[in-house]
Design a protein around this ligand. Structure first.
Ligand code: GAP
Length: 441
């Protein structure tokens, strides 16, 4: 967290006012990292597949959507208050000893006994009003998942894109949940981004597609460069399943605070479409052109958090290590390095004139101008070269391009690899080509 703030990945929202509970802002490096993850997702889901279309539905939707989807009645967490210290907890908070509402229950914050109320259901949706009058009839919600924007548009997309079932719709966008116990930095927040895909299939084929999407999603996650031993599956038992799901598997990562989910694959059956058909009074069934059968499609959903995936990528990349070799000339220097997959790194390269004289800055600026037309790159001429390398190690920048005395003689530069610390000498005119090759994948 300290590195994230210091280097401009993530800041607390409204920090000068003391912050807003569990809402975070992405700084210059963070916005690039998250954007790279979202673009990678979009590319693999929408551009590289013939059977998935993209969508960008509005955050605000007709309030009946949330009645039909079951979120008004079912999207709740059991909430417990401590009458003594006024803190609130989820009733299933593992820190609570005893049964809330009973004299034996102990508040995990102030330690009082018998002060915890019996659980009551608390809806996690944020409410607001549409129009000038703040009355019950004007209540609308900030969407708690992007999926519903896809369901209500499924026929629009199907007809306009001339897709046939099986096919999918993908969307990236904000979602909001008034979480009772948010925390762990950007892990559980009240405003976050989801990358969701709903795959519409013929009833009876959903189990096969479920397994297909499980394999695809794990392979995508591994493609982010996450270490295998830090990933595992977790199947939801009956008590964990969301109100819409018949079967669900989470992809979990071993965070510093334990194994936790950052993506879910859900078999949502025809729950959502059937309920929308009923509540909206509009036919949402599909006519199979080959068999002339009519059916409401079943849905296999893949649902990932862009923020949680960013946290996974950051945690997995973070290393504290001893520098060896040439760069540790004065012996045993420690460095903090983000070993981000180069294609995900916010900055692809940094350009360093070794000293600010003898024609080096001029050549360095020329190279920097050339590179910035292709990649997000940084120019740094402040401090010793060792300190400049360390700063880019912390930012996760995979390549450091140094313009030294030899460069002005023979128009070559050194390119330093963040992970191996090895340096290649490359012709100044070939640096774009060199980086393009290194950054592929
Ligand atoms: N449409 C299905 C759905 O929303 P979910 O398991 O509730 O399923 C899916 O959420 C993903 O969204 C999670 O795996 C997580 O990555 C992200 N997510 C959910 N709640 C979040 C929160 N409060 N803060 C950050 N990310 C969250």
């Amino acid at each position: 967290m300290s590195l994230a703030k210091r280097r401009g990945f993530v800041f607390q929202s409204s920090e000068i006012y003391g912050g807003l509970g569990s809402v975070w802002d992405y700084g210059p490096l963070g916005v690039e990292l998250k954007k790279n993850i979202k673009e990678r997702w979009w590319r693999s889901m929408v551009h590289e597949r013939h059977d998935i279309e993209g969508l960008d539905a509005a955050i605000l939707m007709h309030p009946k959507v949330w009645e039909a989807s079951g979120h008004v009645s079912g999207f709740t967490d059991p909430l417990v208050d401590c009458k003594h210290c006024k803190n609130r907890f989820r009733a299933d908070d593992p820190r609570i000893k005893g049964t809330p509402g009973q004299p034996d229950a102990q508040c995990p914050v102030c330690g009082s006994k018998g002060t915890l109320t019996a659980p009551r259901q608390f809806n996690l949706m944020f409410k607001t009003f549409m129009g000038p009058v703040e009355e019950q009839a004007a209540v609308i919600y900030l969407r708690p998942e992007t999926a519903q924007g896809i369901y209500v548009n499924y026929l629009n997309v199907l007809q306009s894109s001339r897709q046939k079932i099986p096919f999918g719709i993908a969307q990236v966008g904000k979602a909001f949940r008034n979480e009772i116990t948010p925390g762990n930095f950007i892990f559980r927040t009240r405003e976050f981004e989801q990358m969701e895909m709903q795959f519409f299939v013929k009833p009876g084929s959903e189990t096969e597609w479920f397994e297909f999407w499980r394999a695809e999603r794990m392979s995508w996650v591994k493609g982010l460069g996450i270490r295998d031993e830090k990933l595992r599956w977790h199947q939801h038992d009956k008590n964990e399943l969301a109100h819409y799901a018949k079967d669900a598997y989470d992809i979990q990562y071993e965070f510093p605070f334990g194994w936790q989910e950052f993506e879910g694959i859900h078999n949502r059956t025809d729950f959502d479409l059937s309920n929308h058909q009923k509540h909206a009074g509009k036919k949402l069934d599909y006519l199979d052109p080959k068999t002339n059968e009519r059916f409401i499609p079943y849905v296999v959903e893949t649902s990932a958090g862009a923020d949680r995936t960013s946290l996974v990528v950051l945690c997995d990349a973070y290393r504290e290590e001893e520098v060896r070799g040439e760069e540790a000339a004065d012996g045993g220097e420690q460095r903090v390095v983000l070993k981000l997959k180069p294609s995900l790194a916010p900055l692809k390269a940094a350009v360093f004139p070794l000293v600010n004289k003898d024609g080096m800055p001029e050549l360095a600026h020329r190279i920097h101008d050339d590179l910035r037309r292709h990649f997000n790159v940084f120019y740094d001429d402040g401090g010793s070269i060792g300190r400049r390398y360390r700063r880019q190690d912390e930012a996760g920048t995979p390549y450091g391009i140094t313009i030294d005395g030899q460069s002005t003689q023979d128009q070559t530069v050194t390119v330093r690899d963040r992970d191996t610390l090895k340096q290649d000498r490359v012709a100044a005119g070939k640096v774009v080509e060199y980086l393009t090759q290194k950054l592929a994948g």
